[in-house]
Design a protein around this ligand. Structure first.
Ligand code: FAD
Ligand code: NAP
Ligand code: SF4
Ligand code: SF4
Length: 500
């Protein structure tokens, strides 16, 4: 009986290195790596040793025969990835064979003449922590880790949904590095406010910015600023108890809420708004959000997607989990013929195929929801045109298959992506929402680097930041070797910090 990888996989590839028979793919040196929703175990080769399950930081791996009812489909999801692919030649030979990918391509050697580097890492989310891990494990650098919040973790703490506890557990791995003897942790310090970019640069050999993308993209449609129209960014902060979040950010007094966008963030928000508060009570959800959800009137959450089900932004594991959630139903709005056609035509393993088991329904959007069990409606091929309402939101005008359709709703949530925020003193690309860089080197500022969402833009799961951090740290070390980073006179940061 093989093992299988399940919903919470964040693609960090920790399991790949420990598999004695190289049956977890794609590996970091394979072209597909980073393009798949998760990694997959080949059931034909797995020898059931369990090493991968021990190595996984988010508890995503289980023996197939121990999968819970809701995780059972992942056995097929894993196996399907290998359909038509040959069993690895290594595995057919005399096993065990150990992995067969090459050595890391990033050079981490620095001349022993160079004194121990002093590196500041700004931001304690996954990108900052993978950079810290790389520096502490592979160099003798001393690291100062800075975050503007009093709690470390970035989006692991304040973004990942509270009902995904095993994903949040990856912070236990990062916490070990925050206690490393060569690391100094400075929480509650905002760069650009409590200390300037230049002051930080003057006190370190190099500074890596891992400040994420904390604001929200806007749509630029009329009515977007009406009370009752909010960004998913704020809703996520609210249910995770972010210190900047306000208690009443989302209106829960009407029966229908519309979410614009169908990425994984939209799925998270839809799931939290639709789950039984009794179920949520055992999670890390903020107590004030839970109290408000207990008296919520929301019966129906609509996920609005401008493209078809074959191009949905959510990942397969997250949709699969949504459709099997015990607290609510998921239905498809069949207003457009292209939706049913795409679902019927989908091959096994394609996103649209997952919708085949769902009820397709024609919905009267001018009427309130039907009542009964809570439900999530997936509406495809429909763009937001205008947020409707006088003093506050009463609905959303959307494009339909033949004419515009007004969806009556008391709450509209924009889940159309996060957006970077510039750091005063550093260059900023307003259009992309990123700090301009080449392989992590900030343009025009020697010794300054970026990593994570502020480097690449706001997409990719936790594991995507690992290779991103390896590239940035490699650029830094390359600059040290080539004298583009010079050792500085050590000066203390402590006296400089002023809290406002
Ligand atoms: C709602 C949501 C849920 C997600 N859930 C998952 C999931 O379940 N699984 C998964 O694999 N991926 C998930 N992701 C993606 C994952 O969270 C990101 O890939 C990752 O957090 C990006 O890391 P980062 O370090 O670049 O940014 P962040 O995690 O945002 O970290 C940035 C850090 O920088 C700090 N900071 C910002 N500005 C300053 C400053 N000026 N001075 C000092 N500190 C500063 C912030 O306080 C923050 O701690 C989710 C993303 C979102 C938005
Ligand atoms: N594994 C997890 O559980 C998890 C949870 C949360 C987030 N994450 C990751 O975090 C990253 C960010 O997620 P995200 O959901 O914020 O972003 P995303 O995946 O980029 O999704 C953004 C959504 O907004 C839509 N959109 C953008 N502009 C629009 C417009 N003008 N009008 C209508 N719709 C518009 C997009 O539609 P188009 O597709 O048509 O552009 C898409 O549906 C992703 O990589 C995600 O996988 C992972
Ligand atoms: S159980 Fe062992 S053989 Fe199977 S995938 Fe995991 S590490 Fe590889
Ligand atoms: S989270 Fe990492 S270790 Fe766990 S299954 Fe996914 S790639 Fe493997």
């Amino acid at each position: 009986m093989a093992y299988a990888i399940t919903q919470t996989c964040c693609n960090d590839a920790s399991c790949v290195a420990v598999c004695p028979v190289n049956c977890i793919h794609p590996t970091p040196d394979e072209p597909d790596f980073g393009t798949t929703d998760m990694l997959y175990i080949d059931p034909r080769s797995c020898i059931d040793c369990g090493a991968c399950a021990d190595a996984c930081p988010v508890d995503a791996i289980f023996p197939v025969d121990m999968l819970s009812e809701s995780l059972k489909p992942y056995a097929d999801v894993n196996a399907r990835f290998y359909d038509g692919k040959p069993v690895s030649a290594d595995v057919l030979g005399s096993s065990p064979v150990f992995h067969n990918w090459g050595a890391p391509t990033f050079d981490r050697t620095i001349s022993s003449d160079f004194p121990a580097l002093d590196v500041a890492v700004v931001g304690s989310g996954p990108a900052g922590m993978y950079a810290v891990e790389d520096l502490l494990l592979h160099t003798s650098a001393r690291v100062t880790l800075i975050d503007r919040l009093d709690v470390a973790g970035g989006l692991i703490r304040f973004g990942v949904a509270p009902d995904h506890p095993s994903t949040k557990r990856i912070d236990e791995t990062f916490a070990r590095y925050r206690e490393h003897p060569r690391l100094t942790l400075r929480l509650g310090v905002e760069v650009g406010k409590d200390v300037t970019v230049d002051e930080l640069a003057a006190r370190h050999d190099a500074v890596i910015y891992a400040v994420g993308a904390s604001s929200a993209r806007s749509l630029g449609i009329e009515g977007e600023q009406l009370p009752g129209s909010v960004a998913a960014t704020d809703v996520v902060s609210w249910y995770n108890g972010h210190p900047d979040a306000s208690d009443d950010v989302v209106d829960l007094s009407s029966q229908r809420a519309v979410l614009i966008g169908n990425g994984n963030v939209a799925l998270d928000v839809a799931r939290i708004l639709s789950s039984d508060p009794g179920t949520l009570a055992s999670t890390s959800i903020s107590q004030s959000a839970l109290a408000r959800l207990r008296s919520s009137s929301v019966q129906e959450v609509v996920l609005l997607a401008r493209r078809g089900p074959e191009h949905a932004a959510y990942t397969e594991p997250e949709l699969l989990a949504l459709t099997r959630h015990p607290d609510f139903d998921v239905v498809v709005d069949n207003h457009d013929d292209r939706v049913a056609k795409a679902i019927d035509a989908a091959e096994p393993g394609e996103k649209a195929q997952l919708l085949r088991s769902l009820v397709q329904e024609h919905i009267d959007w001018s009427a309130p929801p039907v009542g009964g069990r809570r439900r999530i409606v997936l509406r495809f091929h429909s763009s937001p045109l205008e947020v409707l309402g006088g003093d506050r939101v009463t609905g959303l005008r959307t494009s339909g298959s033949e004419s515009d359709v007004d969806i009556a709703a008391g709450s509209v949530v924009r889940a159309v992506g996060y957006r970077g925020v510039g750091v005063p003193g550093l260059p900023y690309d307003e259009a992309a929402g990123t700090i301009p860089n080449t392989a992590g080197r900030v343009q025009g500022r020697d010794g300054t680097y970026v990593v994570g969402w502020i480097k690449r833009g706001p997409s990719g799961g936790i594991g995507a930041n690992k290779t991103c951090a390896q590239e940035t740290v490699a650029a830094l070390l390359d600059d040290v070797r080539n004298n583009r980073v010079q050792p500085r006179q050590p000066r203390k940061l402590a006296g400089l910090l002023r809290r406002s």
